[in-house]
Ligand binder design. Structure first.
Ligand SMILES: *[C@@H]1O[C@H](CO)[C@@H](O)[C@H](O)[C@H]1NC(C)=O
Ligand SMILES: *[C@@H]1O[C@H](CO)[C@@H](O)[C@H](O)[C@H]1NC(C)=O
Length: 303
């Protein structure tokens, strides 16, 4: 074979290896300099910054497009598209933020928070969503699989915080608590940023985590999310993500009792059928948070 041809082939191979996206394995990449994008519509793509987590809105939109166009290659099909309401085709701002009003290409619209989760009742096209309300606090419940040896709380806390920080590039001081219930194999993690902060986008981290546990990791380079706790790898079997917004949602709450001052929108990612969970947190003595849907289910627990 002509040495020049070999060289050409080699350099081509080298180039195509170099041009990939660390933060989404299924992104499409091309060109020199390498540019990566996801397809979010017919002849519509979003260019990605592969050194950061990708905005959730772009990912959701690309996943939705992929769902509706099954011939589109490159992305793993999974069953774990988020949300109580089920997946929808979001409208994104050019910087990847969700538009405050979402209609899923239909006549029915609703308001979402910065994580794209519904926080209002559904309405028609004339529904007003004045602003995109920021999710400043994410409460994650992870259940891990059984381990041969017992897990020490201290080791676990350290390992989980380190794994989250490293994997999702979240600064350590935002991880405000990691607690553990060994009998239930339940790890709860709170990631909270200051009110008013618009630099960190917690929805990305939450979405990446959901994908890690429920579907396939988005990250190209890393393996599964399996924090190493004193030599034991913890495999996760379930995740629930609770979103707390800077302003209480406006979902109609007539049926709830007086003590509830703040309600969060909850996204349940259990693939396990219709798992309904109630989560109540007391913060100082004033706030409680409940799952904002299926109020009937919650009612008995509250009273
Ligand atoms: C891409 O993300 C990194 C990490 O957050 C950031 O430092 C960099 O400025 C971003 N690049 C662009 C072009 O936005
Ligand atoms: C959005 O539209 C798709 C396709 O029509 C549908 O499958 C999905 O359930 C809708 N999602 C919501 C939240 O309305």
């Amino acid at each position: 074979m002509n040495p020049l041809a070999v060289l050409l082939v080699l350099s081509f191979v080298g180039m195509s290896f170099a041009c990939t996206c660390d933060s989404v394995s299924w992104a499409q990449c091309e060109g020199d300099p390498c540019q990566c994008y996801v397809t979010v519509g017919k002849n519509e793509r979003e260019i990605l910054n592969c050194s950061a987590l990708i905005p959730k809105c772009f990912l959701m939109k690309a996943e939705m497009y992929k769902k509706l166009h099954k011939h589109f290659r490159g992305m793993p099909v999974d069953t774990a598209l988020v949300d109580n309401d089920g997946p929808y085709d979001p409208e994104c701002e050019s910087n990847g933020l969700f538009k405050a009003k979402q209609c899923n290409n239909s006549e029915e619209c609703w308001c979402v928070n910065s994580a794209g989760v519904r926080r209002s009742d559904k309405g028609d096209k004339n529904l007003k969503c004045e602003e995109l309300v920021e999710t400043y606090w994410i409460h994650v419940e992870l259940k891990h699989k059984a381990t041969p040896n017992p897990v020490e709380v201290k080791d676990l806390q350290r390992a989980i915080a380190a794994a989250i920080q490293e994997r999702y590039k979240i600064s350590q001081n935002l991880i405000t608590s990691v607690s553990y219930d060994g009998d239930a194999r339940l790890i709860t993690v709170d990631v909270k940023k200051p009110l008013g902060d618009r630099k960190e986008d917690l929805s990305r981290m939450a979405y990446y985590m959901e994908k890690d546990v429920k579907a396939q990791p988005l990250l190209a380079s890393s393996s599964k999310f399996e924090p190493n706790v004193a030599g034991q790898k913890l495999e996760m079997e379930n995740i629930l993500v609770y979103y707390v917004d800077e302003k209480a949602p406006t979902i109609t709450m007539q049926r709830l009792t007086g003590g509830i001052v703040a309600v969060i929108v909850v996204v349940i990612l259990a693939v396990l059928v219709g798992l309904l969970v109630l989560f109540i947190v007391r913060r100082r003595n004033q706030s409680k948070y409940v799952k904002a849907q299926e109020m009937e289910e919650i009612q008995p627990t509250l009273s």
